[in-house]
Design a protein around this ligand. Structure first.
Ligand code: FMN
Length: 190
């Protein structure tokens, strides 16, 4: 099973990095699997720590995929890292083992601290739609345009029926990125 989370790390010089990332839980450990090249990978290998944030603020997922990387963070409790300022919950991780791979290494991490900050509010279809659209945006160069259009058309139903302001804002960032890409806008590494 894969859980879509937001991973926060720091570079050796202290710079904060925030990236949406799917995690697995295996034998009580959190497994991160970043595709190379990856700042998250570089930071975890350099510092030996990372934080996994569980959040229902889908603007962070859409924002990171559209160049909006600056989200509020605070210091962690047990590791020299940061967490999101307002997550539902977070887990502080120490790197235990690396399964190296030329394409997608696996980072197996021990959970050294975890805290729940707010209760799960229930499923929201628009939030799920934003996460799906963020995945589409992360694959713009790989997916055929008609597949993206068909998926967006379906996901739009959930946005129209169930979104709040945050989900609408996140959705607008993603659809603007797709339009920019199709207009010949440069696709930077985001
Ligand atoms: C829901 C979601 C899940 C993602 N999961 C992963 C992942 O498991 N591994 C990965 O390399 N990128 C993943 N991505 C894409 C990264 O967030 C994005 O490419 C990011 O720039 C990672 O590279 P970085 O570590 O250099 O920031 C995901 C994106 C989304 C929206």
């Amino acid at each position: 099973m894969i859980w879509e989370t937001v991973v926060t790390t720091r570079a050796p010089d202290g710079r904060v990095h925030i990236a949406p990332m799917g995690i697995r839980i295996e034998g009580g450990r959190v497994v991160l699997a970043p595709f190379r090249p990856s700042t998250t990978l570089d930071n975890v290998l350099a510092t030996g720590v990372a934080t996994v944030n569980m959040t229902d603020d889908v603007r962070i997922f859409a924002g990171c995929l559209t160049g909006r990387h600056d989200w509020p963070t605070v210091a962690c409790e047990r590791i020299a890292c940061v967490r999101l300022a307002d997550p539902l919950a977070h887990r502080e991780l120490k790197l235990a083992r690396v399964e190296d791979d030329a394409t997608r290494p696996r980072l197996l991490c021990d959970i050294v601290f975890e805290r729940t900050h707010r209760p799960f509010a229930g499923f929201n279809r628009a939030q799920a739609a934003v996460v799906e659209a963020a995945i589409l945006v992360s694959r713009l160069e790989m997916l055929p345009a008609d597949k993206i259009d068909a998926e967006l058309a379906y996901l739009t139903i959930a946005i129209e029926k169930t979104a709040g302001p945050a989900e609408r804002e996140a959705w607008s960032w993603l659809t603007a990125r797709i339009a920019q890409f199709r207009g010949g806008g440069r696709q930077e590494k985001i």
